[in-house]
Design a protein around this ligand. Structure first.
Ligand code: ADP
Ligand code: MG
Ligand code: MG
Length: 914
């Protein structure tokens, strides 16, 4: 016997006593919406009564192939009867009917993903009953037509446009602009027309239970309506757009959604009624001001659908009929913030002057707002610094480093809209999501231009650089989703008269017509739209980010029970080093010397590799020594007394050589043009040498430390360049540079032993030459499984260990990064063979190798410094594992990731101390 509780009540009983069974902590059972409805009831806030069907019921139902678990329907039936008793009204009652909404609510908020049905319980008889009760035919027929419309669309999958078209036609015939202006007679007619559409478009074979006298009928039995609606919510958990949203946001598929059945509050009962959405603070700037929109005499999604123009929440109090409700709302804002200690997002309805709360959750916000709110709340004493640091999503910080318009003069503004999601974007105009996906797939940046977006546009929004809508406010679908994705978005550009079918926009007040493929620039931080391409620049760290990061540094650098968590940068030139210092890097964890060989220096290294002439080779080496020393001088000076870990030359040599195929073509051309035989012969000889160096698997070939044994002059030159640069700075400028030498791709202890003695010899020579003391540690880069397995042996000859987790991932899996990410990793992800791309987030197997190697290394040298300098060093999830599981001392990442890594390291430290 299964006695799992499947239904939880919320709200008051007949006597108004609270009978709520759930609470905010029951997120995984009741979903976010249900759990917070219960919590608001517990806080004594006005919430229409109802009950929540658990997420586990959805999982059981879906898992069994859309079959109800035993007893669940009875329990729902019982809860429905109970709700009728509590509300003193019955579903379908011909005198005074109860109406409910059926609302989905998953454990994680999924804006716009799941559908809600309002006014459920209406049928022909109940409609008459409701008219008797309210004496308001307009309201009743409006509610009934809305119900048929939503039920048909959401539950039965009838094309919503059919209803919209009928509505539009009705408005035209009646000569009115908005639905609210339709007469009750119009609305009554619409109800009949809508039933007709239902009848025509629902198939009898799919729904035999709806067939009466051989025809499909709109279901009149509220119990049938309710069951179908709940099943539809369960079904929507697995619909395409919900799955896509979950995938993008890393939400597991097996959580299920809860269903909330709740007595209706009517926002469409005349001018003392309204509906709205609000945030307790500004979710774009974080400023401590109320923020939101409301609509008088409207219901539900009207506000976010952007169908009618909404009013700012601040203006609500100026309507006498809404003034009391506005005051109550302000009080509730305060209660909610004090209780949740966070910025909250709420949905409410006012029914004839009385305020009802319909939803609350922690509000989504831009990165800018997240910082501002966290800092303000620390100052207000609502939260402590650790909570503030924990609350900022490191991935979201990226937004702050988002591009902005890079212009000295103000750009030539074509139109203005609302600054709905920050950052600037430039791209070709596209008018549909499909076009966005197609063009973006061809590598062309696009800006999606729409009247308003809906959940079906998600793919296009993901593909686009930026989004522009001509309608809808800051809480519209486009705005909410764009902010969630961190994509730039400008909403409500009213001057844009979009003709999506003709693929053009007329800009009101100008004679400008923009067509598909024209370039526009949008700035979601200011709401500005510009024709043509505006140059973009990356943003700077703001004061708020500095503050949060300084708090993060206090946390991650404290010795505490574990070691400090350090953040270094991968930088190959003084400019990157400078940038990274500004971003708070403590040292250079990886300086790749081969990047110093690119550009015009490529020829020098080529003549070293390819020449047979000893003198020529020596000359090449001498010039390399000169240029490298110059680079190191600048680098060490920039970094002053901070560590700079320099890696000896690493990549396969062919990366510096001409591509043999283009060389072949060049020879053939010259031959055809009758070039002198001598020139041709020289080129052919060069081609033969390059061909002779070709390898089947260059990534597993002559690279890393192996190069140093095949071309012993190279490491001698490089170490000399490093040591002499340091020596010069010490001797001539009194500085204290701290270079370190790192040997790449070591697998054998003997490789490290020999390399180290070579390095030390050069260092000693240079020290003697310049008459200074040089202390330059020589460490090993661990990036092969064998090296990790033998880390204790290797560590005896290494001053530090640093893991190159990119190569270590390649070699642990035997995945070639160059191919795997395009050839099969996507399929592995899709088939759930892999949960995440191991090149983005460190794999647990690779992490285990790192952990083991650190342990082995420290077993012979307890104080051994261990770090990581792969791309994983900038990935928050990997950072947590590397510090907390593997126990490394630092991560090193690219300059723009440094702020992210500082925050992620602090959060890892907090998790470790918890
Ligand atoms: P979403 O998850 O898309 O926000 P909701 O379940 O919150 O969907 O429903 C959308 C809107 O429908 C709500 O913001 C509210 O305006 C309206 N609504 C839902 N339930 C009720 C109700 N019981 N009474 C009045 N309006 C409701
Ligand atoms: Mg919705
Ligand atoms: Mg909602």
């Amino acid at each position: 016997m299964n006695d799992e509780k499947r239904v939880y009540r919320f709200g008051g009983d007949e006597q108004g006593r609270d009978v709520t069974e759930g609470s905010a902590s029951m997120n995984y059972v009741l979903g976010g919406k249900g759990a917070n409805l219960a919590e608001m009831c517990r806080l004594g806030l006005p919430v229409p009564g109802g009950f929540t069907i658990t997420c586990q019921t959805c999982v059981a139902y879906s898992g069994a192939g859309d079959v109800w678990p035993l007893g669940a329907l009875d329990e729902i039936d019982e809860a429905t009867r109970d709700l009728e008793r509590r509300m003193g009204r019955k579903l379908g009652d011909p005198d005074d009917p109860l109406l409910v909404s059926v609302r989905s609510g998953a454990p994680f908020s999924m804006p716009g993903m799941m559908d809600t049905v309002l006014n459920l319980g209406l049928n022909d008889e109940a409609a008459r009953g409701l008219i008797k009760q309210t004496q308001d035919e307009h309201f009743v027929w409006d509610s009934y037509r809305r119900f048929i419309q939503m039920f048909s669309d959401v539950v039965m999958g009838v094309d919503a446009e059919l209803f919209e078209n009928a509505l539009t036609e009705k408005r035209l015939v009646a000569g009115v602009k908005s639905d609210a202006e339709l007469s009750s007679g119009d609305l009554f007619e619409l109800v009949e027309e809508f039933k007709g559409i239902f009848q025509e478009h629902v198939s009898a074979s799919d729904h035999p239970e709806l067939v009466v006298d051989g025809k499909v009928m709109f279901p009149q039995d509220p119990a049938v309506q309710l069951r179908l609606a709940i099943e539809a919510v369960f079904g929507s958990w697995m619909n395409e757009r919900a799955c896509l949203y979950r995938k993008r946001n890393g939400i597991p598929d097996d959580l299920g959604t809860a269903v909330n059945v709740q007595a209706m509050a009517y926002g469409n009962k005349g001018d003392s009624s309204a509906t709205g959405v609000a945030f307790t603070r500004d979710p774009a700037s974080g400023e401590n001001v109320r923020y939101g929109d409301f609509l008088i005499n409207a219901q539900g999604e009207d506000v976010v659908a952007g169908i009618r123009n909404t009013q700012p929440i601040q203006e609500m109090g100026s309507y006498p009929a809404l003034a009391d409700a506005a005051r109550d709302l302000e009080r509730i804002f305060q209660i909610l913030e004090a209780h949740y200690r966070d910025m909250m997002d709420i949905e409410f309805t006012i029914e004839q002057g009385k305020l009802w709360m319909l939803q609350t959750r922690v509000g989504k916000r831009t990165a800018t707002a997240a910082l501002r709110i966290a800092i303000d709340m620390v100052e207000e004493g609502l939260i402590d610094r650790e909570t503030a640091v924990r609350r900022i999503d490191p991935a979201q910080l990226d937004q702050l480093l988002h591009p902005q318009f890079n212009t000295h003069t103000a750009p030539d503004v074509l139109a203005r809209g609302l600054n709905a999601s920050p950052g600037a974007a430039v791209g070709e105009i596209v008018f549909s999501s499909d076009d966005a996906v197609r063009r973006a797939g061809e590598g062309v940046p696009v800006v999606l231009v729409r009247w308003e977006t809906n959940p079906d546009d998600l793919k296009g929004m993901v593909a686009a650089e930026g989004i522009l809508t001509s309608h809808g406010g800051k809480t519209s679908h486009a705005a909410v989703i764009a902010r969630g994705m961190g994509a730039p978005c400008v909403c409500g550009v009213e001057a844009f008269r979009i003709d999506a079918a003709a693929k053009e926009v007329h800009v009101e007040g100008t004679d400008v017509v923009l067509r598909e493929g024209d370039i526009i620039s949008i700035d979601g931080t200011t709401g500005i739209v510009v024709a043509g391409a505006v140059p973009l620049k990356r943003a700077e760290l703001t004061g708020d980010l500095e503050t949060i990061l300084s708090w993060a540094d206090e946390i991650r650098l404290q010795p505490g029970s574990t070691h400090p968590y350090h953040v270094r940068v991968n930088a190959d030139n003084p400019e990157d080093a400078e940038l990274a210092l500004g971003f708070g890097a403590e040292a250079i964890g990886l300086c790749r010397t081969e990047h110093m060989f690119l550009g015009d220096r490529k020829e020098i290294i080529q003549s070293f590799i390819l020449s047979d002439d000893e003198q020529e080779r020596q000359a090449a080496l001498d010039s390399l020594l000169t240029v490298q020393r110059r680079d190191f001088l600048k680098m060490f000076k920039t970094m002053d007394d901070r560590d700079v870990v320099v890696r000896l030359i690493d990549p396969p040599l062919h990366e510096f050589l001409d591509d043999p195929r283009s060389l072949e073509v060049r020879i053939a051309r010259l031959e055809a043009a009758g070039a002198p035989a001598e020139e041709l012969e020289a080129l052919k000889a060069r081609l033969r040498r390059i061909d002779g160096m070709a390898e089947m698997n260059p990534m597993l070939g002559l690279r890393g430390v192996r190069l140093s044994f095949v071309f012993p002059e190279l490491p001698l030159m490089q170490v000399r360049a490093i040591a002499s640069a340091a020596a010069l700075l010490i001797r001539d400028e009194g500085l204290a540079p701290k270079p370190e030498v790192m040997v790449p791709l070591v697998s054998l202890e003997s490789e490290q032993v020999q390399m180290r003695s070579i390095c030390e010899q050069v260092i000693d020579e240079v020290a003697a030459e310049y008459g200074v003391a040089l202390d330059i540690p020589v460490g090993t880069m661990l990036e092969l499984p064998r090296a990790c397995l033998m880390a204790d042996a290797i560590a005896q000859h290494a001053d530090f260990l640093c893991f190159g987790t990119n190569d270590l991932t390649q070699t642990t899996f035997g995945f070639s990064r160059d191919d795997a990410e395009s050839k099969f990793i996507p399929i592995y992800l899709h088939n759930k063979l892999l949960e995440r791309n191991p090149f983005e987030t460190i794999d647990e197997g690779v992490l285990e190798l790192v952990r083991m190697a650190v342990e082995k290394g420290r077993s012979v040298k307890p104080e051994l410094t261990c770090g990581v300098c792969g791309e994983h060093g900038g990935d928050p999830e990997s950072i947590k594992g590397l510090f907390n599981v593997a126990g490394v001392d630092y991560v090193s990442c690219s300059p723009y990731r440094v702020p992210v890594a500082r925050l992620a390291a602090a959060q890892a430290k907090l998790a470790e101390m918890a």
